[in-house]
Design a protein around this ligand. Structure first.
Ligand SMILES: Cc1cc2nc3c(=O)[nH]c(=O)nc-3n(C[C@H](O)[C@H](O)[C@H](O)COP(=O)(O)OP(=O)(O)OC[C@H]3O[C@@H](n4cnc5c(N)ncnc54)[C@H](O)[C@@H]3O)c2cc1C
Length: 370
């Protein structure tokens, strides 16, 4: 089986488990708990190991399959999509910066059903330091806190060690609780189990250190990897547009010119987002592309997807009316989840960086991205 076939068959296995995952989504939102069963299902379908190359037991997610997997999860349960996106991100970083032993160790863990995550965010009151090979402090906004068993964290070296940031892959036995979800009280993405994690006292051995100092922020990957969360957002916004479409069909209100105009605008926005994210994914994964060019494209795609998602949610809410704000209407949760998950770091900065690249471009508008 070649890698394209392997990716496609992996995708089919994902499609098989999605209905069960969809059934659990409402309960996970209303009574927040850890989506452990969903992760078990993804593991059983081979999804946790899929991002590894075939030599390490995966399918490499070649071609469009990785894009589709993230998009399908976004349509089904955005919180699970976030967890899977973090898992893929961690594996990509290990494949890019880890030694062959570290890559092999990670693939064995993924094959065993262990979820990975990337935890970089800090707050003024909680940050992570690496001093004398011991972690001091912790991280905030860690998705999958209490569920992730392999956390790729960034820790700042002490002044004496020359400063800079180090990626550390921390094994987290589920039997030793370090997660605190008490401050995770958002309107949406409740099931993403995003909390703070106390990593005080974890001893760091050389095999836990991934890559060189500051490798985490290596460009273009640091910025262009955003296409993966955009694919998850895209799935959710497509689902909002689909729920609007099925509402208008069911209620036979689609012939009304106001309703038709809103649906038309929603479908167009969803397609605009799809074209941008698909191009961003293709450009990022293409060998030999100019890194500055790809970063600018992904930065601009971020703004396009955010705008499309905000528009589609507004159009759906206005067309469906009050029912869109009432449980158990699926739009109610989806809009809460998407509104929350759209908040990603530095959106203004991404747009400004994209504009600056356009100003530097030798090509005119319309020929800038070929
Ligand atoms: C569901 C969910 C799960 C998450 N999971 C993880 C995880 O697993 N690991 C992890 O590391 N993080 C995680 N995060 C955190 C995430 O990566 C971002 O840090 C967070 O979402 C940033 O949101 P923000 O709106 O506060 O961003 P900000 O970057 O603070 O942006 C808020 C606004 O301020 C503007 N702004 C930003 N910087 C400046 C500045 N210097 N001056 C003026 N204006 C500024 C922005 O453009 C924007 O308009 C998660 C977030 C969510 C929502």
């Amino acid at each position: 089986m070649d890698t394209n076939q392997a990716s496609r068959s992996q995708l089919e296995r994902l499609r098989d488990v999605l209905p069960t995952i969809a059934q659990r989504a409402t309960a996970l939102d209303s009574k927040p708990g850890l989506p452990a069963k969903d992760i078990e299902d993804l593991a059983a379908a081979g999804l946790l190991v899929a991002p590894f190359p075939p030599s390490l037991g995966g399918s490499g997610w070649s071609g469009a399959a990785g894009f589709d997997a993230l998009r399908l999860l976004g349509r089904t349960n955005l919180s699970l999509g976030r967890l899977y996106e973090g898992h893929v991100n961690a594996i990509r970083l290990i494949l890019r910066h880890g030694t062959s032993d570290q890559q092999e160790g990670a693939s064995v863990a993924a094959l065993d059903g262990r979820l990975f995550g990337v935890w970089n965010t800090e707050s003024p009151s909680l940050s992570l330091r690496l001093r004398d090979r011991i972690l001091r402090g912790g991280k905030v906004l860690c998705s999958g806190a209490g569920l992730v068993e392999r956390a790729l964290v960034t820790a700042r070296w002490s002044e004496a060690d020359g400063e800079g940031q180090q990626m550390v892959l921390v094994p987290l036995p589920l039997s030793t609780p370090r997660a605190d979800l008490s401050a995770w009280t958002p309107t949406g993405m409740r099931a993403s189990a995003t909390g703070s994690v106390d990593l005080e006292g974890v001893a760091v051995t050389p095999d836990m250190m991934i890559g060189a100092r500051d490798a985490y922020q290596t460009q273009p990957d640091f910025s262009t990897g955003a296409w993966r969360f955009l694919a998850v957002h895209l799935g959710a916004l497509e689902e909002v547009a689909e729920l609007l479409r099925s509402h208008l069909t069911r209620t036979q209100r689609g012939g009304d010119p106001h309703q038709a105009a809103r649906l038309g605008n929603a479908i167009a926005a969803a397609e605009t987002a799809r074209l941008w994210v698909q191009s961003a994914a293709a450009l990022t994964e293409q060998d030999g592309a100019d890194p500055d060019h790809v970063i600018a494209y992904v930065d601009l795609a971020r703004g396009v997807v955010e705008r499309a998602a905000l528009d589609v949610m507004e159009l759906a809410n206005r067309s469906v009316g009050l029912q869109a704000f009432m449980q158990p209407n699926p739009l109610e949760r989806l809009v809460r989840d998407l509104s929350t998950y759209l908040r990603q770091p530095g959106p203004d900065h991404a747009l400004v960086r994209g504009a600056a690249a356009a100003l530097r471009s030798r090509n005119r508008v319309g020929e800038m991205w070929q």
